[in-house]
Write a protein that binds this ligand. Sequence first.
Ligand SMILES: Nc1ncnc2c1ncn2[C@@H]1O[C@H](COP(=O)(O)OP(=O)(O)OP(=O)(O)O)[C@@H](O)[C@H]1O
Ligand SMILES: Nc1ncnc2c1ncn2[C@@H]1O[C@H](COP(=O)(O)OP(=O)(O)OP(=O)(O)O)[C@@H](O)[C@H]1O
Ligand SMILES: [Mg+2]
Ligand SMILES: [Mg+2]
Lengths: 256, 256
Amino acid sequence: MRKVVAIANQKGGVGKTTTSVNMAACLAGEDCRVLLIDLDPQGNATSGLGIDRLECEASIYDGLVDDRPLEELIIATNTENLDLVPSTTDLAGAQIELVEHPRREFRLRETISRFESDHDFIIFDCPPSLGLLTLNALAAANTVLVPIQTEYYALEGLGHLLQTIELIHEHLNPALSLEGILLTMYDGRTNLSEQVASEVSSHFGELVFETIIPRNVRLGEAPSFGMPITEYAGSSRGARSYRDFAREFLARNGRT
Amino acid sequence: MRKVVAIANQKGGVGKTTTSVNMAACLAGEDCRVLLIDLDPQGNATSGLGIDRLECEASIYDGLVDDRPLEELIIATNTENLDLVPSTTDLAGAQIELVEHPRREFRLRETISRFESDHDFIIFDCPPSLGLLTLNALAAANTVLVPIQTEYYALEGLGHLLQTIELIHEHLNPALSLEGILLTMYDGRTNLSEQVASEVSSHFGELVFETIIPRNVRLGEAPSFGMPITEYAGSSRGARSYRDFAREFLARNGRT
Ligand SMILES: Nc1ncnc2c1ncn2[C@@H]1O[C@H](COP(=O)(O)OP(=O)(O)OP(=O)(O)O)[C@@H](O)[C@H]1O
Ligand SMILES: Nc1ncnc2c1ncn2[C@@H]1O[C@H](COP(=O)(O)OP(=O)(O)OP(=O)(O)O)[C@@H](O)[C@H]1O
Ligand SMILES: [Mg+2]
Ligand SMILES: [Mg+2]
């Protein structure tokens, strides 16, 4: 049974792309077939997997605006079992171009529902806003994974995001539920990280993944080589934590 | 002569709000009269200055959508010489509500042009996108300050942002120029920071401020107390670097 997970948080720089790329790579390493769809006009997930956006002949823009089937947009990556639908700069215009469309929030859902494949997981990397691209992702997803860095401003936005997810559940996608909250960029040397982490855990209990992603410079270096952490620095703390996270995610989904 | 500076970068989490709040506070400390306008629906600059969004009777939303004069929206902060126009959650709706308006990109510019005051500087904190709120800021500003964290993904988006600023200069605001590029969250212990910093400096030369903001946990702690760094930890590396930056900014603008 294919599962569709949106990785979303309107707060910027919390680790959405880093989580999308490395979760996808770690699931692929566990013999799952994974498709990553880059919904961010910045295209960080695309370059994080070593794909040159300028050489892409098509992107998710063509699926959302021109109704091209997803099969035509998929490209292979250097990681076995991991496919990608890239983002290109024309995606920045999709927001304005889709506003007039009657079913503007459901374009991605319609694209996905027509798509037959043997992927076990489809993952959406979302931009840092609650605009039309993220709404499309939330309307098309089964669950939402919320990365949150252990910083004060990130904590502040969490309540607003969970309210939005609830609204989407009521009006656009009754099947949508919360996959969970993943704490990222945790720096055990600072009180700030500990305080935010314990605040999130006390408020959201079971919803918070036990695995916490530490701040690890290898995770910041890997994208400059166009590789997921498992290929760039497979024995680093960053790689180990994302592998632990992928296994916890699979266990929670009854797929070990 | 009043100067209007937009602090913008579509990449998330690069230090836009941290720079807006602390630059505004440091300029106020140098006896400049400063007005900070929070254009981000997340409202981080508002809470970073200790203002409770739920208690605000009006926000920049009322200026953009309902044409209320700016004088009615300004509130005092706990920092002398620093005023704020807060953001509230209704700002998230402004993007969709303004789309139909014929002069949708110029709403903020019209609000500012009708506003008489003795402020030396007006600073805009922008959200992490190039949507209508940021376009309004770029259409209304004299210059744009671009904070960029010394990380790979932040470097990637810089070219696209500078192209957008050039387009705004040509089509919406011929008076717009680049104030400069500010390197933030610099961690001298990592090669990554050094590599990105030297890459930005070699590409953009004089446009890059000499002052570099280091990664300093005090900057992350200050917003949880609703204070700028100068009041929360006045002798920290974070406070010293933003004071140095404010002085360099004033010197570059011939106001020492
Ligand atoms: N655990 C980590 N340790 C160290 N650096 C990290 C970690 N996670 C992410 N980073 C770095 O922090 C920055 C922000 O992360 P990332 O770009 O993944 O966040 P994002 O939420 O996708 O940002 P945006 O809101 O712009 O989409 C990046 O430069 C990334 O390389
Ligand atoms: N120099 C610094 N040292 C340590 N932490 C910092 C520094 N600058 C910013 N931070 C922290 O990093 C996080 C991101 O910074 P900030 O929120 O200012 O970025 P932003 O660009 O405004 O994000 P957004 O794109 O969501 O608006 C915040 O939690 C902030 O407290
Ligand atoms: Mg991202
Ligand atoms: Mg901000």
